[in-house]
Design a protein around this ligand. Structure first.
Ligand SMILES: [Fe+2]
Length: 340
């Protein structure tokens, strides 16, 4: 049977690939309520957020020097995660991630999708696609998009095994055996969502091993699987992989999170500790308001950590950094974990 030998969790965020001196592009947009904000599970406007956080102690961190130093620390940690991945001699990587309206548009958006494709194409955006982006995104594209078109191997055999096992366990999931592309006239990219592109580029790097993207619609209401369902889903995926008749060494990777676009370290650490301790009841206690906007990607981590728990691997926090870009505490928190 296949063996799950490694877990990796890594933040991905445009802010990670934007020099601190340019964070104001997104910061200014934040202050004009250009993105949805949720703080402590409640939707709020930027002005309300700044007021609500007036007594929080993060303000000393809102400066360019501190921001750039924090970025450099994140790059070191990402290098370490890549080395850990390389040393584990992995045959197949299963990536728990999300599409952020990049390939699934309004015509169809499944709650869970197993991408059991033979291969995946990833490529830079066209000039026309770049015109459809919000401010401050193109500048960070180098973090997840290749310089030229690349073709990555899929893991269709494992994908079919996972789908069959999930359906047997009464999860009604979607499957794609050919890469899904949105219509050209609305597309913002021509390859894989940034959640997966980041892992290909930053963690797996030039090691072109087969990958199985397992997509959770964390981001887009209303059919976001609730957090309890993500725990159960992750456990079922873990079981499916462990029952795969193969001698493959499998890594599970979570991509995204933790809290953003409002940085909430206290919430993040409660979730991180609960994932390490398998305290699923604690995680189930949060309502869906806690998992909106960028925070929603924490569900990919939760599903991945539940799958890793099935394999008996122990989670460890490698690094946690906060990237603040406004006095209201908007920005990105960056968490990095391993399970071995
Ligand atoms: Fe993301």
């Amino acid at each position: 049977m296949a063996e799950i030998v490694l877990g990796i969790g890594s933040a991905h965020t445009p802010q990670l690939h934007t020099m601190a001196k340019d964070w104001h592009i997104r910061g200014n947009r934040d202050m004009q309520d250009g993105v949805p904000f949720f703080y402590k599970g409640e939707r709020m406007k930027y002005a309300e957020l700044e007021k609500a956080r007036a007594a929080d102690g993060f303000r000393a961190e809102v400066n360019l020097e501190e921001g750039q130093r924090t970025l450099e620390k994140c790059y070191q940690t990402i290098d370490e995660l890549h080395e850990t991945f390389k040393a584990a001699n992995i045959d197949v990587a299963v990536i728990f991630g999300n599409d952020q309206r990049e390939i699934f548009k309004n015509d169809l958006r499944p709650a869970f999708t197993v991408m059991a494709c033979d291969e995946f194409v990833n490529k830079p955006r066209t000039d026309e696609q770049k015109t459809r982006l919000p401010p401050g995104i193109e500048i960070s594209d180098h973090g997840h998009l290749p310089d030229d078109e690349i073709v990555l191997k899929g893991a269709p055999e494992l994908g079919l095994q996972v789908v069959d096992s999930l359906i047997e366990d009464e999860f009604d999931i979607a499957i794609s055996t050919e890469q899904h592309f949105p219509p050209e006239e609305v597309s913002e990219l021509g390859g894989m969502p940034h959640a997966y592109g980041f892992i290909y580029k930053q963690i797996i790097r030039n090691n072109h091993l087969p990958t199985l993207p397992v997509d959770l619609n964390t981001f887009c209401p209303p059919n976001q699987p609730r957090v309890g369902r993500c725990i159960d889903f992750g456990k079922a995926v873990g079981k499916a992989i462990l029952n795969w008749e193969s001698d493959a060494r499998v890594a599970l990777i979570a991509t995204g999170g933790m809290s953003h676009f409002v940085v909430e370290p206290e919430f993040d650490h409660k979730i991180i500790n609960a994932m390490i301790d398998h305290d699923w009841d604690h995680i189930r206690s949060y309502h869906n308001g806690h998992f909106q906007a960028g925070n929603s990607e924490i569900k990919s981590w939760i599903a991945c950590s539940a799958a890793l728990a099935e394999a008996g691997l122990a989670g460890k926090l490698v690094d946690y950094q906060t990237l603040y870009r406004t006095p209201g505490g908007t920005g990105s928190s960056c968490c990095f974990m391993t399970w071995e």
